[in-house]
Design a protein around this ligand. Structure first.
Ligand code: GDP
Length: 421
């Protein structure tokens, strides 16, 4: 009947709405919404400041209760608010990936981006820092450090070639601008940083100072086929001396290799987990055992990428090893926990300062306007008092006049009487 038809089309439209906005229940929305909100608030503050300045100019011209200093101070707030809004527009969530060469850093990033964005594999060792960020352009391009030139890259191969061609210092940063509309994470302002292997560099301090101080989350991509190496641990020891309680995830990658030895699976997993928790809790002291348990995952980035590309019609996922489903769920679990962590951390670190400064500006704004109001009130009272003094004088004169005239009348009366007698 018509009722049925109605509800089916309602369900269909609900379904479409859900499908079209799969990102809206993502924890990243915490950051996205907070950013929008704080930007709106600064927009309002900017309007208030401008209104106040217009008003002050009028008062300055017509009354003498304002000095130029106060107007000037108010005008500096416009620049301050503009500055904050500029920084705000560039604020993003940043995740940095570290680990030994070939552990699968680029593969993890590609799997998260659901596309072959970064070159990975033999001969494609990342030999500099690569930052992937969203861009409004339809085509990807890259920008080398110290240059403004947009180099078009149509494919991963080209990107790899472009990177090999340039003589790059390993601490240098190459920014890859990838179309926002190709990936939800980029659209929601997550920026990915891939690093050269921690095993190849003596410049870890420089790396941290240059690339890590503003990172919200660190991901250690470890190899599940071996234990954590001293070089990997040392790097994070350095990080945690420079940053207070960094958010660190540990991915035991290449977990698909364990499928060939199922008899050791649980044992190996338990051992990696124990050691990972010890590292985060006892060595680095960055979290509690319970938190650490939510920060360590066993995944296969290679499989996750294959599955996601197959979903989009590129290649096939038929050859994935035994236990793939579990590893894939765990990869999704990691992504969810990661999104929660990064958006909360970024809101706190990026917006707390802005909101302090916003509070300061609106307090100053209020103080200036309060003083202006107070001075205007005084002026009004002064004027009223002046008017009252004047009235008193007039009343007195009138009274005097009356008395005098009465007196005169009396005197005339008496005079007439006198004359009459
Ligand atoms: P990076 O140097 O840390 O960026 O490592 P890459 O992402 O370039 O990976 C190095 C090689 O390991 C590539 O050939 C990947 O295909 C392979 N690889 C990455 N992740 C996995 C995985 O989970 N399982 C397996 N079997 N191979 C992987």
């Amino acid at each position: 009947g018509p009722h049925n038809k109605g509800s089916i089309s309602a369900i269909a439209s609900d379904f479409r709405a859900i499908r079209n906005t799969p990102q809206d229940n993502s924890p990243l929305q915490i950051f996205v919404k907070a950013k929008r909100k704080i930007n709106d608030i600064f927009g309002e503050i900017e309007d208030y400041v401008k209104d106040a300045i217009d008003y002050m100019h009028v008062v300055e011209k017509e009354l003498s209760i304002l000095n130029a200093e106060e107007v000037k101070q108010m005008e500096t707030f416009v620049n301050k608010v503009h500055g904050i809004r500029d920084v705000l527009a560039r604020d993003h969530m940043k995740v940095a990936f570290f680990g030994r060469t070939s552990n699968g850093k680029s593969s993890v990033i590609n799997a998260m981006l659901r596309d072959k964005v970064l070159p990975s594999g033999i001969g494609h060792t990342t030999n500099c820092f690569l930052q992937v960020e969203g861009s409004p352009a339809d085509e990807p391009y890259l920008v080398l450090e110290g240059s403004d030139e947009h180099c078009a890259v149509e494919s991963v191969g080209q990107l790899a070639h472009a990177l090999c061609k340039e003589k790059l210092n390993e601490s240098q940063l190459v920014r890859v601008f990838w179309p926002r509309n190709r990936c939800v994470l980029l659209r929601d302002d997550v920026v990915f940083v891939d690093s050269p292997g921690v095993d190849v560099s003596p410049n870890l301090d420089e790396w941290i100072d240059k690339h890590c101080l503003d990172a919200d989350v660190f991901v250690l991509v470890a190899n599940a086929e071996s234990t954590l190496m001293v070089t990997e641990k040392n790097f994070f020891h350095k990080v945690s001396t420079k940053l207070s309680k960094p958010n660190i995830f540990i991915l035991n990658n290449r977990w698909d290799a364990s499928a060939t030895e199922p008899e050791f699976l649980d044992q190996v997993r338990r051992q990696h987990l124990e050691r990972g928790i010890d590292f985060l809790v006892k060595e680095l002291k960055v979290c509690t055992p319970k938190e650490a348990d939510e920060r360590i995952f066993f995944i296969s980035a290679k499989e996750a990428l294959i599955a996601r590309l197959a979903e989009k019609g590129f290649g096939s996922s038929n050859s994935l090893a035994e236990g793939f489903q579990n590893r894939y769920f765990e990869f999704e679990d990691f992504e969810r926990k990661f999104e929660e962590c990064i958006s909360k951390s970024a809101v706190k670190t990026k917006f707390e300062q802005h909101s302090q400064r916003g509070k300061y500006i609106s307090n100053e704004l209020r103080n200036i306007l309060d003083k202006l109001y107070h001075d205007a009130q005084l002026l009004k009272e002064e004027k009223l008092k002046q008017r009252k003094d004047l009235n008193d004088k007039i009343n007195f004169t009138e009274q005097q006049l009356m008395l005098i005239t009465q007196d005169m009348k009396q005197k005339i009366h008496d005079m007439v009487d006198d004359v009459g007698q």
